[in-house]
Design a protein around this ligand. Structure first.
Ligand SMILES: N[C@@H](CCC(=O)N[C@@H](CS)C(=O)NCC(=O)O)C(=O)O
Length: 215
């Protein structure tokens, strides 16, 4: 049975890797798992059929046999559980890889999303510039902590894992919209290493193809 994921019919970023189906595609590519993609419009995402898959009316979703999942953390964890290269079999390294997935989603992504929202919705307001500066300060705190932990290691905890996949995915959101990552050369190099992985490249090409074909 081949899993099916959902993705934007027309991604707001032009298919440049920011929509969150990218993380799921990347995990599936790393695991060597073929998959199908069902494209959904913004309207269809809010309609009953999609809401049965995703209660918040978003992408991506994941369907495999009778299993339906939403939330990229859960989907990537599920895929990684079937692939020892994404999640080590040994209990302690496995728990640490999962910890990095949570850290990416719960600790590093929120200030990055806060900055994106501020940029989109508040930058023209009287408080926009100040709020943007505050969100960037909060991101810098997280980046400097992460940079200190990574040091000159290749990946966050030994071999590449789903923890790195999720962390790099989150940092890539920043790379697209700000020069801040460049202030932390080891993080910029970490993200570049992640992007250079053949599985990432295949996932990126597949996401971009959707936009190009629909354009
Ligand atoms: N926490 C969710 C976030 C999902 C999410 O924000 N998806 C975006 C695309 S990247 C979406 O569907 N946006 C359209 C909307 O919310 O209406 C996850 O990690 O899966």
């Amino acid at each position: 049975m081949i899993p099916t994921i959902t993705a934007f019919e027309r991604s707001p970023d032009g298919g440049k890797g920011l929509a969150r189906d990218m993380r799921v595609r990347w995990a599936l590519e790393e695991a060597g798992q073929p998959y199908e993609v069902r494209l959904v419009s913004f309207r269809a995402m809010k309609e009953a059929a999609h809401l049965t898959l995703h209660p918040f009316g978003q992408i991506p979703t994941y369907e495999d046999g009778g299993l339906v999942l939403f939330e990229t953390g859960s989907i990537v964890l599920h895929i990684a559980e079937q692939d020892a290269n994404l999640l080590p079999r040994a209990a302690k390294p496995r728990a640490r890889a999962i910890t990095w997935m949570f850290a990416a989603l719960n600790t590093v992504e929120p200030p990055i999303l806060d900055r994106e929202t501020t940029w989109l919705l508040e930058r023209e307001t009287s408080w926009g510039a100040e709020r943007l500066r505050l969100t960037e300060d909060r991101i810098r705190v997280r980046l400097s902590q992460l940079a200190a932990r990574l040091g000159d290691a290749e990946w966050l905890d030994g071999a590449f894992s789903a923890g790195d996949l999720m962390m790099a995915s989150v940092l890539l959101r920043l790379a697209d919209s700000s020069a801040m990552l460049g202030e932390f050369p080891n993080l910029a190099a970490y993200v570049a290493r992640a992007e250079a992985r053949p599985a990432y490249q295949r996932a990126f090409a597949a996401q971009l193809a959707v936009f190009r074909e629909g354009a």
